[in-house]
Design a protein around this ligand. Structure first.
Ligand code: NAD
Length: 493
């Protein structure tokens, strides 16, 4: 595969492709066969400092550029990605293990949609005029923050690049982005296209590197005004601490343990398919995955028979094959972690109803595969409480609504959640009662650039997407004008 990859391999700093200051590189592997796709330049602390300096220098002009011109550049970037859809589909499959079926249906079109949405949003960000004391005009404008640091994980690198760049750039910030050391390729290609379509040098800088070096430097950097981070709750905590020096704004998308509740009156075939999508899509590597399947006891057996049958029929294979429905996990380290959870499940008395192991197929032996795994476990077991982040779902049953709601909320997380019912009252009662940033009714894992995405509790704070994201990437400035004030002035002699 080394010869096949022709895309960028260096850091993008100030519109230039450069090697890292220390001259180190990171091998990028194909998770389907563990072969090296390419080696990319590794950014360390010094490179982050250089990137922040150029982003800071580029900020005043970018922030002053007419918002519709910034938006027009983003629309051009969306067109450029769309025109190269097949290239991005293959790249994401190669680098992350996403089946091309998924990348074609979701990753690439949603990336294009996101850049279009925020391209259109750039000149819609209005301020307010507020009713204050007579004789005073008070208006509030929203100003960009400056240099923002964006730290991207490996589970949806292309899509998350667009989720972060879209609102940040539309609002007039400049960016230092660190993709995951595991999956940097699509972000580097986006940076290349951004330059080609006319983004000024320095507005978007990309510094792939490890979390403890490049990532940690972004978190502590005194000239970065805001960080947007997606990844584990543990890393989120370390970013909170590291960011304290200059009190930078944070927006954190962390882990989840999404409850997916199926009631006795649900449309069962629809719920079976939707629940499989909730956990098996992207090999379960999604913070919003429906990883706790909660079934009403009266339908549990019938549901499980269909659900297990569906799980066993999922086609594992080469992500580049059009037939493949489930690819490999993105790294060997992660595969080992997911398999360790299969052992823990059994040690604690859980029952593996299907999967729980690497597939027997010799054609998949070099890839980081794990079979779709369904485990019956107690709600207090470790696998019911911790994020596994694989095609691994824990099943429990409940007897009534009260028990279901209490169980759904029995988690420190609060990101995605879903319920399947034809009872309108129950649906809305649960939508109100569930402690989570997102609730899907008779559906699961819907996302759209217009709708806020983020969590409650230890799933983080702040929101991506929609108008909420434009607020996240701006700060309000309240301006007071004495137009004709009639109130008695203080300290007038
Ligand atoms: P991680 O949180 O360590 O990595 C995510 C990103 O943060 C990467 O770009 C990484 O380089 C960077 N990073 C790591 N340490 C950092 C630090 N100290 N300062 C700044 N940046 C740092 O996640 P991981 O190790 O790749 O995965 C571990 C677990 O995290 C997964 O199994 C899963 O449970 C969770 N996870 C969640 C998401 C999500 O979408 N919420 C994404 C990836 C991983």
């Amino acid at each position: 595969m080394a010869e096949a990859y022709k895309g960028p391999t260096q850091l993008m700093i100030g519109g230039q492709w450069v090697d890292g200051v220390r001259g180190q590189t990171i091998d990028v592997l194909n998770p389907f066969n563990a072969t090296k796709i390419t080696a990319i330049a590794e950014a360390t602390e010094e490179d982050v400092d250089l990137a922040v300096a150029v982003a800071k220098a580029a900020f005043p002009a970018w922030a002053k550029m007419a918002a519709h011109d910034r938006g027009a550049l983003m629309l051009k970037l969306a067109d450029a990605i769309e025109a190269r859809a097949e290239e991005f589909i293959a790249l994401e499959a190669l680098d992350t293990g996403h089946p091309v079926m998924d990348a074609r249906r979701l990753d690439v079109p949603r990336t294009v949609l996101c850049f279009r949405y925020f391209g259109g949003m750039a000149d819609k960000l209005q301020g307010d005029v507020l009713p204050v004391d007579a004789g005073f005009l008070n208006y509030v404008k929203r100003e960009p923050i400056g240099v923002v640091g964006q730290i991207v994980p490996w589970n949806f690198p292309l899509m998350f690049t667009s989720w972060k760049l879209g609102p940040a750039l539309a609002a007039g910030n400049t960016v230092v982005m660190k993709p995951s050391e595991l999956t940097p390729l699509s972000t580097l290609r986006i940076a290349e296209l951004a330059l080609e379509v006319g983004f000024p040098p320095g507005v978007l800088n990309v510094v792939p590197g490890y979390g403890h070096t490049a990532g940690a430097r972004i978190a502590e950097h005194p000239d970065i005004g805001k960080i947007s981070f997606t990844g584990s709750t543990a890393t989120g905590r370390s970013i909170v601490k590291a960011s304290a020096g200059n009190l930078k704004k944070l927006q954190l998308e962390l882990g989840g343990k999404g409850p997916n509740i199926v009631f006795e009156d649900a449309n069962i075939p629809m719920a079976v398919g939707g629940s499989a999508f909730a956990i098996f899509h992207n090999q379960g590597q999604a913070c919003i995955a429906g990883s706790r399947l909660m079934l009403h006891e009266s339908i549990a057996d019938a549901f499980l028979e269909k659900f297990i049958g569906l799980a066993k029929s999922i086609r594992l294979g080469d992500p580049l094959s059009a037939e493949t429905e489930l690819g490999p996990l993105t790294s060997k380290m992660h595969l080992d972690r997911v398999l360790a959870y299969c052992d823990v499940a059994v040690e604690q008395g859980g029952e593996i109803l299907c999967g729980g192991k690497v597939p027997d197929d010799p054609a998949l032996a070099d890839g980081y595969f794990v079979e779709p795994t369904i485990v019956r476990a107690k709600a207090t077991d470790q696998v019911s409480c911790e994020e596994v982040f694989g095609p691994f779902v824990v099943v429990t049953t409940f007897k009534d609504d009260e028990e279901a709601l209490a169980e759904a909320n029995n988690t420190a997380y609060g990101l995605g959640s879903g319920l399947w019912t034809n009872n309108l009252t129950r649906a809305h009662r649960f939508a109100d009662g569930i402690h989570a940033g997102m609730v899907w009714i008779n559906s699961y894992k819907r996302v759209h650039p217009a709708s806020p995405f983020g969590g409650f509790g230890e799933s983080g704070y702040g929101r991506e997407m929609g108008f909420e994201a434009m607020r996240e990437y701006t700060q309000p400035k309240s301006v007071w004008v004495n137009v004709d004030a009639q109130i008695p002035p203080f300290y007038q002699r």
